[in-house]
Design a protein around this ligand. Structure first.
Ligand SMILES: *Cc1c(COP(=O)(O)O)cnc(C)c1O
Length: 456
């Protein structure tokens, strides 16, 4: 019998997964291949070779269901894994819901989010293939922090282009990257062609993830000892995050509660994939009827308002094109929006599963999410990062619905990071300065014009 009041479900180090789960092996229909930006022909592994180490390229296209986690990476995971799965008994009580609410908490990692799960894997493969330096972009700063940490552990340099708006608003993230040995530059910068071309058009550009990607890719393409790295969106990145869901499966078993609904916030799609893909495997195998919900901000609604089409991964069209839900690669998010989740596209794997009806999607305004976060902090003692407040808000809505219907369902949501470095956003919320901004349909239509006409 499971103790009905048990709050924490903890695993031992032996339970850290030994393999990553590759959902590509189980997709109902195979993914549309990425296209070369020049020829628009399917891009092969050779096209990616200047940017990524061979092993990660092989993982990107692999159809093997399970891929072994190398010992040095698993060793590194022991620093913070297994992460806890916690039953939100305090929140349940405050809501008066018959539903059980569980959350998987990745805020215990060195940088306070799920991102190091893939950062250490990527740094490891680069280190064994002779890379000296990894260059990347970061939005809110979490990915740059994770990569800086991972590079330092494996003896590599990290160079990070940080979106200018965040660089100015989040100085502590910059300090964290520096603490872990990373070099940080505000993007757009005058260090690259891409940055200079954006600055020529708009010297006060707040930057965007797409622009910062263009800068980082340019540096990697020009330097033999330098590779590029992405913290979300790509297949191998999502796969590395599946350690989260694999642990959660064991922990939900301990709680004797298979989830009826699994919820994650969705920016590029990696934390959502991490918590949900291992459960989706059961659903695709016809064993369960679980619902999966992707939650995004109204300010950057690529699933709920975007189009499923081939588009570039970056702002100026130098990366391969991916078939994904996109708002158009020229989309620049409004800086009033506090949280991350600001990328123009959604991971091809998540997009395809959304298209296939496996995921539902919803979008929320940020004030409602922060209201949920403050309730959560008072009942569970954790201050969430702005991004997972979207998942939290959806979990609360599910629990309130259960209260209406009396349904005793099991809700699992992903608390993918803590908000200790995002307190200025909480400050905005408390002072009433937080603006609810929905991306206007004209802005969507405008950015959507940049989506190339392929197969239409
Ligand atoms: C990076 C990040 C996100 C958004 O990226 P996904 O790939 O969608 O997970 C969300 N939450 C936190 C805490 C992050 O660091």
């Amino acid at each position: 019998m499971v103790d009905q009041k048990q709050k924490k479900f903890l695993l031992s180090e032996n339970d850290i997964p030994k393999q990553w789960y590759n959902i590509s092996a189980d997709l109902p229909t195979p993914l549309s291949p990425p296209l070369h930006p020049g020829t628009l022909e399917p891009a092969g592994p050779a096209d990616l070779a200047p940017l990524f180490p061979t092993e990660l390229i092989m993982q990107e296209v692999s159809q093997d269901r399970w891929i072994d986690i190398p010992d040095p990476v698993r060793e590194m995971y022991r620093m913070w894994r297994p992460t806890p799965l916690i039953r939100a008994t305090g929140l349940e009580k405050a809501l008066g819901t018959p539903a059980k609410i569980f959350y998987k908490y990745e805020g215990v990692s060195p940088v306070g989010s799920h991102k190091p799960n893939t950062a250490v894997a990527q740094a490891y493969y680069n280190s064994i293939e002779g890379t000296k330096r990894i260059v990347t972009e970061t939005g809110a700063g979490q990915w740059g922090s994770a990569l800086s940490y991972a590079c330092q552990q494996f003896g590599l340099e990290a160079k990070v282009y940080m979106v200018k708006a965040s660089y100015d608003q989040k100085p502590y993230r910059k300090s964290m990257m520096q603490t872990f040995g990373g070099t940080v530059t505000a993007s757009p910068s005058d260090e690259t062609e891409a940055g200079r071309s954006i600055l020529a058009e708009d010297p006060n550009s707040p930057g965007s993830l797409g622009i910062a990607i263009s800068e980082a890719v340019e540096i990697a393409a020009q330097n033999d000892d330098t590779k590029y790295s992405l913290g979300s969106v790509l297949n191998h990145v999502l796969m590395h995050q599946t350690v989260i869901g694999q642990e959660a499966i064991l922990q939900m078993e301990m709680a004797d509660a298979y989830p009826d609904v699994v919820i994650g916030c969705a920016g590029g799609g990696s934390n959502l994939a991490g918590i949900s893909f291992p459960f989706i495997a059961d659903k695709l195998a016809g064993k369960t009827n679980t619902r999966f919900i992707a939650v995004e901000p109204e300010a950057s609604p690529s699933l709920t308002k975007g189009e499923f089409a081939y588009d570039f991964g970056d702002a100026i069209g130098t990366t391969p094109l991916f078939k994904m839900h996109t708002l158009g690669h020229t989309f620049v998010p409004n800086p009033i929006h506090a949280g991350g989740l600001r990328y123009h596209g959604m991971a091809p794997l998540v997009s395809a599963l959304f298209d296939a009806g496996v995921y539902e999607a919803k979008a929320y305004h940020q004030n409602a999410c922060f209201e949920a976060a403050v309730l959560f902090a008072s009942t569970e003692g954790i201050i969430p990062a702005p991004e997972p407040t979207h998942a939290l808000k959806a979990a609360i809505d599910e629990a309130l619905e259960a209260k209406e219907t009396g349904e005793e369902k099991n809700i699992l949501f992903h608390l993918c990071g803590h908000g200790h470095l995002d307190l200025s956003a909480y400050d905005n919320y408390f002072s009433g300065d937080m603006v609810d901004y929905a991306l206007p349909s004209e802005a969507i239509a405008e950015a959507m014009k940049s989506v190339p006409q392929i197969g239409k």
